[in-house]
Design a binder for this molecule. Structure first.
Ligand code: UT7
Length: 331
């Protein structure tokens, strides 16, 4: 009788890089800011911008395709695609378009929205379908184009965000290499970071109305989110490590959501992870929301820093508020 494989292995990564970047100096033409302020407070030097002809699904499909190639997995082998995004091309979801673009004709595809925690939440969600033996080959993509929803007159937020996409391929395996995870949300803190739908009342028939409105640009209480991140992120990583029967000393690579270099430094400091073990690429991409973890992971895998067998601690945090960590062995 054939043994069902219910372990999860991360066997490939990929990313999509945009051809157009906006430097801090160029941002200084848009709002009252400076390269010095942005670099000192955030570590960001430039961010990618999706241009008018680009689409989120193109970006996600490019990242997915490069992950499939690294994993040497054909598109028709994929059983499930989860697209973590808060900025779909279509409010009904963009994952099915990505599926079509990839030619993953056997797969079922859906979107998952958890802002900057989206990639970790999608990875953990995908693992559940694999651990129960239903799906064997899964593509998890994190893709966002927050530039679509940024208030380009608000210097407190517009300097932070950039567009991008990253992806990983998961394969069923005998040994489970997703070693531990932990996820949280707290809607009581929702007001700290929003991209809210705002509607007026539109009369339809006598005494009955419908809503007519649109999503409003991102608003953020930066200081609150900063405080939340430096407290909750080390905590959630420690909990996930505990579930993996590991300690912070076992972390070989820290791959965090790329929100702010100061947050990365504070979390690494708390966990006593040396700075050369912290993957950081926000200087070049800004905060790409659900894309930031797989983008950073892919870069470190492709330049051979992260090797098969390495223990990676990843953590996402952001709107919701949501936060979560996943500890895995790469490869
Ligand atoms: O992925 C979602 C998760 N989001 C985050 O993780 C964001 C977390 N928060 C942060 O990263 C930081 O709070 C920010 C980078 C957003 C802001 O840094 P900060 O050190 O908290 O600055 P602040 O908001 O306290 O502002 C300090 C000063 C203010 O001036 P005054 O009032 O002291 O005179 C701001 O008006 O800096 C001013 N300021 C700016 N100056 C130049 C704020 N934004 C800018 C700017 N350029 N872009």
């Amino acid at each position: 009788m054939q043994q069902i494989q219910v372990g999860v292995s991360l066997v490939g990564s990929g990313s999509a890089r945009l051809p157009v970047f906006l430097s801090n100096e160029e941002l200084g033409q848009v709002v009252d800011t400076s390269d010095e302020w942005i670099q000192t407070r955030t570590g960001i030097q430039q961010r990618g911008l999706l241009q008018a002809h680009g689409s989120l699904s193109d970006l996600a499909a490019t990242a997915g395709q490069s992950a499939l190639e690294m994993a040497a997995v054909g598109a028709t082998e994929v059983d499930l695609i989860i697209l973590a995004t808060s900025t779909p091309d279509d409010l009904f979801g963009s994952a099915a378009q990505v599926q079509a673009q990839l030619g993953a004709t056997r797969a079922v595809a859906f979107d998952l929205t958890a802002a900057c925690s989206g990639f970790v939440f999608a990875l953990v969600t995908a693992a559940q379908y694999m651990r129960n033996g239903v799906y064997k080959t899964v593509l998890v993509i994190g893709a966002d184009a927050l530039s679509r929803w940024t208030d380009w007159t608000d210097r407190r937020t517009c300097v932070l965000f950039g567009d991008g996409a990253g992806a990983v391929v998961l394969k069923a395996s005998d040994r489970d290499r997703l070693l531990g995870f932990e996820m949280h949300s707290d809607g009581a803190l929702n007001g700290c970071l929003n991209l809210r739908y705002q509607a007026d009342s539109d009369p339809l028939v006598e005494g009955k109305t419908v809503q007519k409105g649109t999503y409003q640009p991102i608003t953020m209480n930066g200081k609150e989110v900063y405080r939340f991140a430096v407290k909750r992120v080390p905590e959630v990583i420690e909990k996930a490590l505990f579930r993996a029967d590991l300690t912070p000393a076992d972390i070989q690579w820290l791959v965090l959501h790329q929100a702010n270099q100061r947050i990365l430094d504070a979390v690494a400091d708390r966990l006593k992870v040396p700075s050369e073990r912290v993957v950081s690429n926000m200087a070049r991409y800004g905060n790409t929301s659900a894309a930031s973890i797989p983008l950073a992971l892919d870069e470190a895998v492709r330049d051979h820093r992260i090797q098969p067998g390495d223990i990676v601690a990843s953590a996402g945090f952001g709107a919701g508020l949501t936060w979560g960590a996943a500890i895995f062995e790469w490869g």
